[in-house]
Design a protein around this ligand. Structure first.
Ligand code: SF4
Length: 463
């Protein structure tokens, strides 16, 4: 899991004027989207915000709590913020608010466990952040603003200060998750699935494009579940893609976080036919062994996964598939892991993430028999990563000689349609290209994960 750290700004009311607010955003793109609305809401309420955590009168740490490593990172960020404020001048008090998934998941325990924190807000408090900041700054003493069972869903006109570079933006089409995956705590944290309306999504997309965005990344816990909770028959992912095709402008649409159980022939066709959608499929499979898939409660089987991959590769020429697997799920014997390795070798995914299974309280897998030792999990993780490194290098080598459209993230550093920001490879170009523009580049070289375009070079610090 990648983490994103950014700082933002905001304000409240006191005798000496409103406080300046900073924000540290941790975790995934879905949490980043919440951070953007927190900052937008604060800005709209008139608060000043700062990119420097040390300059903030009120610092919000927007946390992640998906797996053990993310929890640890969040807790460390809170302690670090607390340590840093301990070093401030005595007349420069700083208040600390913990927001996001950690605060939501441990809403009952954290206030006692972290008495140094001045306020806790959960996922439903995003639109009320201005009042919470005002209350905390005024020392109102109520530390726990969280409420159980998240229901919040942003709208097209939710105020937003974007934290991504100006040329790409995440667009959250739904929130929450209805899947029963045995290893995952997300539905308990983020609540049941709820979709935004088609009009809300398209309006927000139009605004983003109008503001110069060149790549829209559609996100939710499961984008293929989009619309299943709405009565509007237009509310499907294929229809959204067709709707986005009608929006004027030169831009890419990238669909992230699809679920293998909800792909349809219609979606394969819509992605293939779309003028805007990049030929990129992000579909975490988690495993291939049927016994493990059923214990994981993934609602699919090896046979169905194989058939789906065949359809995707046949129906969407030149597609790149990104997936993710979990190594060391309870009951994963050496033979079951070997099946996964053989599948990775055979399927040759263009992009692949491997996660070591993380034992999470509140999930079904927590109390399953057959937990795998940390040493074995680590060794399986390393073996799978090593295998994929060889496959990724072969894939990148096969691009040499191609002329590819590149979206430049910075002069000399860009991405092809097969690369999502933050998780996939890069293209290194001549350094003359303006950030946020498209151009066609001839690929002359490759590394394990990146491509080198004509005249380009990999900066030393990336080695
Ligand atoms: S689809 Fe499964 S893994 Fe993904 S958020 Fe939902 S429950 Fe978790």
């Amino acid at each position: 899991m990648k983490s994103t750290k950014k700082t933002g700004r905001a304000h409240a009311v006191s005798d000496v004027g409103p406080p300046t607010v900073g924000l540290v955003s941790l975790g995934c793109a879905k949490n980043l989207a919440d951070s953007e609305i927190i900052l937008g809401t604060l800005s709209e309420a008139g608060y000043k915000t700062t990119h420097e955590a040390t300059d903030a009168d009120v610092l919000i740490v927007n946390t992640c709590s998906f797996i053990g490593a993310a929890k640890e990172e969040s807790i460390e960020a809170i302690f670090e913020a607390n340590r840093a404020r301990g070093m401030r001048r005595r007349d420069k008090e700083q208040k600390l608010i913990v927001a996001g998934c950690l605060a939501q998941r441990f809403r009952k325990e954290l206030p006692d466990a972290m008495p140094e924190v001045d306020g806790f807000m959960g996922l439903d408090q995003v639109p009320q952040v201005a009042e919470i900041v005002a209350g905390v700054w005024a020392g109102e003493g109520c530390k726990n603003y969280t409420t159980p069972r998240a229901r919040y869903l942003p709208a097209w006109d939710s105020p937003r200060v974007r934290l991504t570079p100006p040329h790409y933006a995440y667009l959250k089409i739904a929130e929450g998750c209805n899947h029963p995956c045995a290893f995952c705590v997300i539905p308990r944290i983020r609540g049941g699935h709820r979709s935004r309306t088609v009009d809300s999504v398209l309006k927000e997309a139009e605004n983003l494009i109008g503001n110069g965005v060149k790549e829209i990344l559609l996100i939710s816990q499961d984008t293929t579940y989009y619309g299943r909770d709405l009565s509007d028959e237009r509310a499907t992912l294929p229809e959204l893609l067709r709707g986005l095709d009608k929006v004027g402008g030169d831009f890419w649409v990238r669909v992230l976080y699809t679920h293998p159980a909800h792909w349809s022939d219609e979606l394969v066709e819509a992605l293939a036919e779309s003028k805007r959608a990049v030929k990129y499929v992000d579909m975490p499979l988690q495993h291939i062994d049927d016994w493990v898939l059923s214990k994981m409660r993934r609602e699919t089987t090896e046979k169905k996964i194989r058939e789906l991959l065949k359809k995707i590769r046949a129906g969407i020429p030149s597609v790149a598939v990104r997936t993710a697997f979990i190594a060391g799920f309870p009951g994963e014997t050496p033979a079951r892991f070997d099946r996964l390795m053989a599948f990775i070798e055979e399927a040759k995914f263009e992009r692949l993430g491997i996660f070591s299974y993380s034992k999470e309280e509140g999930t079904q897998a927590y109390s399953m028999p057959g937990h795998v030792s940390a040493r074995v999990k680590q060794s399986r993780f390393e073996r799978a990563m090593e295998l994929q490194q060889r496959i990724a290098a072969e894939v990148q080598r096969s691009r040499i000689g191609m002329r590819l459209r590149v979206l430049w993230d910075a002069p000399g550093v860009g991405r092809t349609e097969w690369d999502a920001p933050g998780v996939d490879g890069r293209v290194y170009g001549r350094g003359l290209e303006k950030a946020g523009t498209f151009s066609v580049a001839t690929i002359e070289g490759s590394t394990d994960y990146d491509l080198i375009a004509k005249g380009g070079a990999i900066p030393k610090e990336d080695f």
